[in-house]
Design a protein around this ligand. Structure first.
Ligand SMILES: [Zn+2]
Length: 276
């Protein structure tokens, strides 16, 4: 397995290198993955947090004038804030889905169907909302590697939090779309490379569908608040307090989807939800 030691570049393929940031945690696994695509011209995917050692490691892995583009899968605080420091050191162009929440003004706005053409590679841009509304994935055409940001991970499930732009219905549609792509590997925003993209995405979809069935089963027995559903569904697991909080966000995201489908009634964290 390639090295996941923070700030040590490791080669994943002829065109892709990875540097893990030093921000491990319950939501980030071993830390945020920054990917360097290309050798003569480099596109950096997700510079990570604004951490000097991490940005120095990115710049040190290439000659700095070779860093031509910085791409953001989305703008959450573990993925995007390093962009300002990286651009200052390299003069790279920033390519993002919109200006919103990007620490520096993007040189180019990119979205579905766009491409980044380097001398050695092409990166195809996919708009993949769900984890956040501005989420992008990228496909490296030469190696059929899918960079999934926070849409698909290794070792844990993605958090869908409505307060940070998440939407469960949209997320499931994005997963269905990604599973149809012809790709050989997934390079996720957190954790190691996934060699079985379809199996992993199927597992993600099945996990969400099962959670939704569990929520509906609970509500068919008794009307409940979100905190009670969290206790019933996650109570037996010895979870980190932050993950308990995240479980509430996830259930809320499921409930909003189920409400739109006419299957439950209720609204918000404090309300008592009922099956309809
Ligand atoms: Zn995120």
């Amino acid at each position: 397995m390639p090295d996941m030691t923070p700030e040590v570049p490791s080669a994943l393929s002829p065109l892709v290198r990875r540097i893990v940031a030093s921000n491990p945690g319950p939501f980030t696994g071993p830390g945020t993955n920054t990917y360097l695509v290309g050798i003569d011209e480099v596109a950096v995917i997700d510079p990570g947090p604004n951490d000097r050692d991490h940005i120095d490691a990115i710049v040190g892995a290439s000659m700095k004038e070779r860093v031509r583009w910085v791409l953001l899968t989305h703008t959450h605080p573990d993925h995007a804030p390093g962009v300002a420091r990286l651009v200052k050191q390299t003069g790279a162009e920033v390519l993002a889905f919109s200006k919103k929440d990007v620490p520096v003004t993007p040189s180019r706005i990119i979205g579905e169907g766009d491409a980044i053409e380097g001398t050695e590679f092409g990166l195809e841009v996919l708009h993949t909302p769900g984890h956040s509304a501005n989420h992008l994935c990228f496909v490296l055409e030469e190696e059929r590697v899918l960079f999934t940001g926070d849409t698909v991970f290794d070792g844990m499930y993605s958090v869908i939090n409505r307060a940070s732009g998440g939407d469960m219905g949209t997320y499931l549609r994005t997963l269905e779309r990604l599973r149809k792509l012809r790709v050989s590997r997934i390079a996720p925003g957190h954790g190691d490379v996934l060699e079985d993209p379809k199996d992993r995405i199927d597992d993600y979809i099945a996990h969400r569908k099962e959670r939704e069935r569990q929520v509906l089963r609970l509500l068919k027995k008794n009307p409940m608040k979100i905190s009670e559903m969290v206790d019933a569904l996650y109570g037996s697991q010895d979870l980190h307090p932050k993950l308990i909080e995240a479980a509430g966000w996830q259930i809320n995201a499921h409930l909003v989807k189920l409400k739109a489908e006419g299957k439950v009634t209720g609204s918000g964290v404090k309300s008592v939800w009922k099956a309809s």
